[in-house]
Structure formats: C-alpha cells, structure tokens
Ligand binder design. Sequence first.
Ligand code: ADP
Length: 536
Amino acid sequence: MTQEHLGLFDTPPERDEIRFGIIIVGLLFTAFFLILPVRDARWLAVPAFIPVIDSIMLVGELITATLLYAQAGVFRSRALSFLATGFATAALLLIPHALTFPGAFAPDGLLGSGVNSTAWITISRRAALPVAVILYVLLKRTDLGMQLGMVRPSARIGVGVVAAIFAAAGLTSLATLGHDLLPQLFLNRTDQISSDMVVVQSVLLGLFLIAVAMLFRARRSVLDMWLLVALVGWLIETFLIMTLHSRFTAGWYGLYVMTVASHLVVMLALIAESNRLYARLALSTAARKREREARLMSMDAVTAAISHEAGQPLTAVSLESTAALNYLTQPRPDVTKAIASLRAISEATQRTFEVIKSVRVMFAKGAGGVTEFDLNDLVRETAHLFDRELAAAKISLALALYKELPPVRADRVQIQRVLVNLLANAVEAFGMTSGQAARKALPDSRIIGVRTKQLDSTDVLVEVGDNGPGLAAEELERIFDPFVTTKASGTGLGLSLCSSIVEDHGGRLWASSGEKYGAVFHLTLPHSSRLQGKRS
Ligand code: ADP
C-alpha cells in the first residue's frame, strides 16, 4: 500500500511542480537583470502606488498565513504555526508601512513617523520571513515524531495570531516612536543613504542565505519547495534593494512589482496545491468509507450466521444442563442420566466451538496469505483508518513505534483485523458507562496509545492502551471467551477471534489494567528472524 499524503506539509513535489518553481526563479532573475541597468531612471512620483500595492500584498499574505495556519491545525504542527505567524506578522506590518509612507496618507506619513520609519518597517517585514523559515526548519524535525500532539490546534493558532499582532505592533512602535534610536537610512523622503542601507541589507542577505541553505537541506514537501522559491525571490529583491539610491525610480517600482508578482505566484501555487490534495483526500476518504462499510457488512453477516448456527447447540446446552441438575437434585439422583446430559452438553459445546472456528475461516476469506511485513507500517496504516472516528470522539492517538522492529511473517490482513478490533474496542470503551466509569471520574483528555517493541530475541510486542473505564480484574480473562460482551449491540466475538488468530500465528494476546486508568491489550508475535532460525 502506498503511503497517503494529506497536505502541503507532507506531500513531496512532483517533477512538473519543481520545473514550474525553477521557471519562476528564472523569471525573477531575468526581471532583476532587466531592471538593473535602468534602476536609477527617475519616474513620476505616485505616492498612491504604495497603498494600492500594500493592499494587494496584505490580502495575499493573509491568505497564505491562513492556509498555513489551517495546515498547522491539520498536522498539529508547531513548525507550521511558527511559519504562519511569520507570514501573519509580515502581512500586518504592511498596514503601518502604507500609513507611514511619506506622501501616501500625509506628507510626512501617519503614526508620528520620521523619514526612516517606513524603511525600518520594511526591514522588519523582510526579516520576519527568513526568521520564520529558520524556526520552521528547526521545529520541523521535532514535529515529525509528534504529529498527533496533545495541544489543541485552535489554541496554538490563537496564540500565533496574538503573537503576530503584538510583534507587528511592537516593531511599528520601535520604527515610529523609537525612530531616533535607530540608525539613519534616508536623507529625506525619497533619497536613501546607500552605504547604511547596504550594511542593513547585508545582514538581511545573510539571514536569507542561512534560511535558503537550511530549507534546501531539509526540503521534503511541496510547501518546502514553494517556500524555497519565495526565499530565492526575496533574496533577489534584497540584491536589487542594495543597488537602489532613491524612491520612485524604475528600480524602485520594479522592485515592488517583482515582490507582488512573486508573492502572488507562491500564494496561488499553495492554494492550487491544497485544492488538489483536498480532492485527492476526498476521493480516498470515500474509498476508505466504502472499505469500512464492506467490513461492517461482513460483520453483520458473520453475526447472523453465528446466532443461527450457534443458537441450536446453545439451546441444547441450556436444556441439558437443567435436566442434569434435575437428575442430580432429585431425592434419588439418577447419575447415569445426568452423565448422559453432561455428555450432550460437552458435545454441544464442542459444536459451538466448531461454529466459531468456521466463522473465523469465513472472516479470513480473501486473506492475502503469509507475508513478511513491517508491523510499524501496519500499525500506522490501521491507525489511519480511525482518523475520523478519533477526531469525532475527541480522542488523541499517541504512537510510540520501536525504530528497529524486525519484520514479522504473518497473514497481514488477519493481523490488521486484530488491530482494527483492539482499536475499535478502545474507541468504544470511552462510550461505556460500566466498569471504573461508574465508580471514579475519568481524565478529561481521552488518549489511545499504540506501542511496538522488540520483546526479546524471538518476539515482538504490540500494545494498545486507552485511558477509558478499563476492566475489572475478573473481566480481564473472561473477555476473551466467545459471546462475552458488555455492549448492547456487541457480539462478544471480537476478542475471541482475535486471540485465536494471534495464537494461530504462534503469538499471544492478553489484557491488563492500565497504570492509572483504562485497559491495555498486549499482543506478541514471533518475528521472522526466529522463524527463519527455526527453519534453518
Ligand atoms: P464486543 O466488542 O462485541 O463486545 P469483544 O470480544 O471485542 O466483543 O469485547 C468483549 C468485551 O470486552 C467488550 O464488551 C468490553 O466490555 C470489553 N472490552 C474490550 N476492550 C475493552 C477496552 N479497551 N476497555 C474496556 N473494556 C473493553
């Protein structure tokens, strides 16, 4: 089964997309070389140009930030929320940028700005992006292991947005109120002090180079690729800024047009990508729903078969046991007849087991036979089937998968059925009102954990635990008996089938109580090195 990618964050770019990205970078370079020779030509000063351009960029960057926050929510990724916050800060700084720009709304700009305020706001804006990318790359590494963290995504996004507002307000105050504390960059409203500007832009250039290098090394996804394109765009723009001498020149207008164009291209590319991924996700969700429905249908058929087939011998057991009791409790017990009844009970019980065995064979229909596979992959894949159910029931899933787990040789389909059963039971456990739930308050956060481990030189271990109501000591063994259920619509067959599947594979399945709450199901399977060892 191929691994499914769900977002901009984890889908590798396709060849065409990489080609498109390279073309955009090529066009930006071409624009740079076209602008360079004519950069100092003075054009008509149109101060209204800035509010117009800033408004376009504000909308574009807010859309990009929203898109990134949405992905951060889906992946519960700290890296993405930092990146989104960087974009949001840069976007918000566009507002004071337009307001303080000399001549746009007031001759000397609003907000009590000085000649350098707009320049410092632009610099903070440009610095926010590489800083966000650097943090994104650093945090991305730690994100991978905890994609299903415990922090509520909406809370983190809220913190991100508030941080962006504070950062933008703080930087604006520094550039306006703290104007005199900062070095001079402009002589007057239009002409800059080139030497000072070059120093500041060199620092920015350094930041961009670090961000490009780090992202290039850690690049993995479509998002990383488009961020790289954006970073290279900003890098080229920084080179251009370093060659400029004043506002309202061909180079200055060209710079803004380049910035808008590159930002819009990146934004459109990200929107197009996420739409494409959304369509793919919708299709695969529909397919998965069908798969699960088919599974449930076969479960219905199985239960109907059982109640029909096992009904008869069970009725016999009930009648014969009443009879045996009668024979033994009458004033002159009839031991011979009682023994005959007990024999009949034993036979009927045997028949019931036969029924269950045949049900298992039915269940195993379509099984792929014994293959060698990675149990961690199977756990991930199976956990994935529960994504929607877990989200709907507000249950967090924590996977702790042993890195160097040796492969197992087993019927993959059957082992997956066992895992599906254990996970479904764990999810359903949160809805139960019996057990500990009736006696003590359960924790607020609902967690299901799946752990894999190499147990010893022969076996691997999978544990599925939850912090639900758990099981009473006397239930721990009984639940593996057929027809033992506490659910109104339960069959009580799941665990019995699971344990016979596991035993058929030479493994073991048992339950214990969790440390504080809930139940843990332990499953051992021999790994293939042991099987190979046995054979040789
Ligand atoms: P069913 O799910 O149809 O009841 P099973 O054999 O799968 O059949 O489970 C038997 C019983 O074991 C359940 O009815 C439930 O009471 C108990 N059980 C199974 N898993 C858990 C769990 N994770 N937490 C608490 N009880 C559980």
